[in-house]
Design a protein around this ligand. Structure first.
Ligand code: ADP
Length: 492
């Protein structure tokens, strides 16, 4: 069939990277991103970050001083903190230019040229400008042509100046000047650069090492599994997959093992089917031909008994062909049920009447009342037939068969028990499979087609019922099935 054929071009033939290459690429990309981010933040942006933080810090300290201007003690404290925290030169003066507090951090006094007069002018100018003045310096020169003369001797690469002029809540006129260096961290950046170079090398080695180890642990079991799967595809169902490696791969190997076992079962069933069907068809055909030839050639042999044998064998053939057709129709899903309401109890009584001919056998049907079910009567009849036929075939010397009808809350259970040899426990699952026969050599087993229980299973499944078997070796078997009861019946 076309759909079963392999794709003309197996997917594996198209170019694809292997797990190992993919992992290597992934780890390499991750390393590049991490190292790039580290370099960017530690080296390229470090100065800008440092400056931004320093300026924010300075501004916060300045505000602290401004808030404490009415309390001399607090003001001294704030000035000292600013000098220490932000490494700032601080000067506080009043509106007349008299210095109230000074803090210096560097040796040269950057405010040395500011005489009271200058301070007074600065106070008034700043007040006129809105109360604040900010200026950046590079090598002591104002960046955009601001007031150069406020500070002197500031030779640091980069620095900032804050000037505040205000009238405090207590009515004091105050001038606050902060000046701090925000020199770039050249030496720190150099140290970091060396460190980062080492880190980059270590990261690369680590990434490659890890990619190698991880890819090995993932790809190795997959490569092995792939080899086994190719064997399986060739039809070697005895192949097994090693359940090793990571959890997912071990689980995959386990599922594939289960699949391989199931495939080998199907293969055995298929072989058995061909053997069974050809055998089952040939036996009655040989008999029919044999008897017919005898009757044609020998005049005295044309007896009703011989004709009956031919009829019986033809009937057996019909049964086999019907069973085969029924099962394949049922299992292909093309059959729709024709449910009607009928008395299951009555149905079983009618079936048992047909066994009246078997006078050696003793049938016992135990029930307490008639039960109506909604089901496909023909199919259920077939189920009961199959179970009774099996019981007749396999029951023990006493030839006793017991049927029981048990009405439960919302369902009815039918049991068919015999007193035969029973079924070994490890076969209990398999007997429901098509063409399965526990003991193929057994004379009795040769009577059956191996399809009966498979039909029972499929029909009961279609009705939404349950089925099963209890069996003890040497003591007989009890096959049962349960059907749901219609609402009114289960309530009564
Ligand atoms: P068959 O036509 O061979 O009876 P079934 O599908 O009805 O096919 O049964 C499958 C197998 O289950 C039988 O071959 C037999 O080995 C076993 N089996 C079925 N019913 C009984 C029973 N009542 N006692 C013992 N074995 C049974």
């Amino acid at each position: 069939m076309k759909s079963d054929a392999l794709p003309a071009e197996p997917r594996s033939k198209r170019f694809r990277f292997g797990i190992r290459t993919n992992l290597f690429i992934g780890f390499a990309l991750l390393t590049v991103v991490i190292v790039a981010l580290l370099w960017l933040f530690q080296i390229v942006f470090l100065n800008s970050f440092y400056k931004a933080i320093k300026i924010a810090d300075l501004r916060q300290n300045a505000h602290q001083i401004v808030r404490s201007l009415d309390d001399t003690e607090m003001m001294y404290e704030a000035v000292a903190t600013a000098a220490q925290d932000s490494q700032a030169n601080v000067l506080v003066a009043d509106g007349d230019g008299v210095r109230l507090a000074v803090a210096r951090t560097s040796l040269n006094d950057v405010f040395s040229q500011l005489w009271p007069n200058d301070l007074r002018t600065l106070y008034q100018d700043t007040l006129a400008q809105g109360g604040t003045y900010f200026q950046r310096y590079i090598h002591g020169s104002p960046v955009d042509g601001g007031a150069a003369d406020i500070i002197r001797g500031a030779d640091s690469l980069e620095s900032v100046l804050y000037v505040y002029a205000l009238e405090t809540a207590g009515g004091n006129e105050r001038l606050v000047i902060l000046f701090a260096s925000i020199a770039p961290l050249e030496s720190t950046v150099e140290t970091l650069r060396i460190q980062l170079t080492v880190i980059t090398i270590i990261m690369c080695l680590l990434a490659f090492g890890l990619a190698w180890v991880i890819s090995r642990s993932i790809s190795k079991p997959i490569v092995r599994m792939n080899r086994s799967a190719a064997e399986l595809a060739k039809g070697n169902y005895s192949v097994r997959f090693a359940e090793s490696g990571a959890r997912e791969t071990a689980e995959l190997a386990h599922s594939l093992n289960v699949a391989a076992v199931e495939l080998s079962k199907v293969e055995t069933l298929r072989r058995d089917l061909i053997a069974n069907v050809s055998h089952d068809l040939r036996t009655p055909l040989t008999m029919i031909t044999g008897y017919a030839e005898v009757m044609r050639d020998l005049p005295g042999e044309n007896t009703p008994e011989n004709v009956q044998i031919i009829i019986d064998e033809a009937t057996r053939l019909t049964t086999l062909v019907n069973d085969l057709l029924d099962l394949s129709k049922l299992q292909s899903g093309t059959v729709t049920l024709a449910p009607t309401s009928f008395s299951l109890t009555e149905c079983i009584r009618t079936i048992l009447h047909r066994y009246d001919k078997l006078i050696d056998y003793q049938f016992d049907f135990q029930y307490d009342r008639d039960v109506e079910v909604i089901a496909d009567e023909l199919k259920i009849t077939q189920v009961v037939y199959n179970l009774i036929n099996n019981a007749v075939t396999y029951t023990g010397e006493d030839k006793k068969i017991t049927l029981r009808q048990l009405v439960m809350e919302d369902r009815v259970r039918i049991e068919v028990s015999d007193t035969g040899e029973g079924i070994p426990e490890d076969k209990l699952q398999d007997i429901w499979e098509r063409y399965y026969k526990v003991d193929k050599e057994h004379k009795r087993a040769q009577v059956g087609t191996g399809l009966g229980l498979s039909i029972v299973k499929t029909v009961i499944d279609l009705h939404g019922g349950t089925y099963g078997v209890q069996s003890a070796l040497g003591q007989g078997s009890t096959f049962w099935f349960e059907l749901p009861l219609p609402k009114e019946d289960s309530e009564s």
